[in-house]
Design a protein around this ligand. Structure first.
Ligand SMILES: Nc1ncnc2c1ncn2[C@@H]1O[C@H](COP(=O)(O)OP(=O)(O)OP(=O)(O)O)[C@@H](O)[C@H]1O
Length: 255
C-alpha cells in the first residue's frame, strides 16, 4: 500500500484541566473521503485545529505526506497543501467573489515583492494564472455569474460553495471541511455531496470531513473515525461504524 496522505497518532490537546482530545489516531489514504464524527463537544474541531496548525497539540504525531508537521504554524501547514474550511462561514464579505479567490491565492503565488513592484513577466503570468484558476473554480461551484458581486450578497448555501472554491484555488492535496452541510437544505446538501465526490473523482483531492448529517456521512465516506469525549471510539467503513454497538450507544443512539 502507498504511503498515507495523513497519519495521526496519539493526538492530545489539553486546555488547562480539560482534556479535549485524548490519544486520537487517524489515517487518510490518498483520494479517500474520510469523515470524523462524534457527539457535540467530542473534540472534532479541536482535532482539525491541531492538524492545521491553529493549535499546538499537547502531544502526538501528525505526518502529512511523509513529513512530521505537528506544531507548525497554520500558514506553513497550508502551504504544504492541507487546507480547511471553518464551522462558520469565514469570507471577506465586502469583497467580490473573484477578489475572495484572488486573495486566497496570494500567499501561494510564486513571486517576490520586487517582482510585484516591477510587474515582471513572471509576476504577470502568475496573476493571469490566478485569475484563470479563480474563474475555473467559480464555474465548478456554479457561481461564475456572480463573480463581481460582493460575497455577502450570496445565499448561505452559495457562500458555503464559495468557501470550497476558495480552498480549491490554492490547489490543496488534502481538503478539510468542518460541517459543510450545516444550515443547508436537502437540495443544497445533495449538491454538496456531488461537489465533494467530483473533487475526489475528477480532481484527485483527498477529503477529511467533520459532519453531523449522518445520511451524507454514510453515503459519501470511504472510512469513518468516531470520537467521543476526546477519545477514539471506533473506526471503519460506514457499514462497520453503523453497526458498532459502542457507536450506536454513544452517538447514533442519541438522535
Ligand atoms: N480554545 C479552547 N479553550 C478551551 N476549551 C476549548 C477550546 N476549544 C475547544 N474547547 C473545548 O474542547 C471540547 C471539544 O470541543 P470541540 O469544539 O473540538 O468539539 P466538537 O466535537 O467539534 O463539537 P461540535 O460538534 O459541537 O462542533 C469542548 O469541551 C470545548 O468546550
Amino acid at each position: 500500500m502507498t504511503m498515507p496522505m495523513l497519519e495521526v497518532s496519539g493526538l492530545t490537546m489539553r486546555f488547562g484541566g480539560l482534556l479535549a482530545v485524548n490519544g486520537v489516531a487517524l489515517t487518510v489514504q490518498e483520494k479517500q473521503i474520510v469523515s470524523m464524527i462524534g457527539p457535540n463537544g467530542a473534540g472534532k474541531t479541536t482535532v482539525f485545529n491541531c492538524l492545521t496548525g491553529f493549535y499546538k497539540p499537547t502531544d502526538g504525531k501528525i505526518i502529512f505526506r511523509g513529513e512530521e508537521i505537528q506544531g507548525l504554524p497554520g500558514f506553513k501547514v497550508a502551504r504544504k497543501g492541507m487546507i480547511r474550511t471553518f464551522q462558520h462561514v469565514r469570507l471577506f464579505k465586502e469583497m467580490t467573489l473573484l477578489e475572495n479567490l484572488l486573495v486566497a491565492q496570494h500567499q501561494h503565488l510564486n513571486t517576490s515583492l520586487l517582482a510585484g513592484l516591477f510587474k515582471t513577466p513572471n509576476y504577470r503570468r502568475s496573476e493571469k494564472q490566478a485569475l484563470e484558476r479563480a474563474a475555473y473554480w467559480l464555474e465548478r461551484v456554479d457561481l461564475l455569474e456572480f463573480a463581481n458581486r460582493p460575497a455577502n450578497s450570496l445565499a448561505y448555501g452559495q457562500q458555503r460553495r464559495l468557501e470550497i472554491a476558495r480552498c480549491m484555488v490554492t490547489q490543496p492535496s488534502l481538503l478539510m471541511l468542518d460541517e459543510p452541510a450545516a444550515g443547508l437544505n436537502p437540495r443544497e446538501t445533495d449538491d454538496l455531496k456531488a461537489l465533494i465526490s467530483e473533487l475526489r473523482d475528477a480532481h484527485g483531492i483527498t477529503v477529511l470531513l467533520i459532519e453531523h448529517d449522518m445520511k451524507l456521512v454514510m453515503s459519501i465516506s470511504d472510512h469513518i473515525v468516531v470520537i467521543n469525549q476526546g477519545c477514539p471510539l471506533a473506526n471503519g467503513t460506514p457499514d462497520q461504524v453503523r453497526s458498532n454497538p459502542d457507536v450506536i450507544k454513544a452517538y447514533l443512539g442519541e438522535t
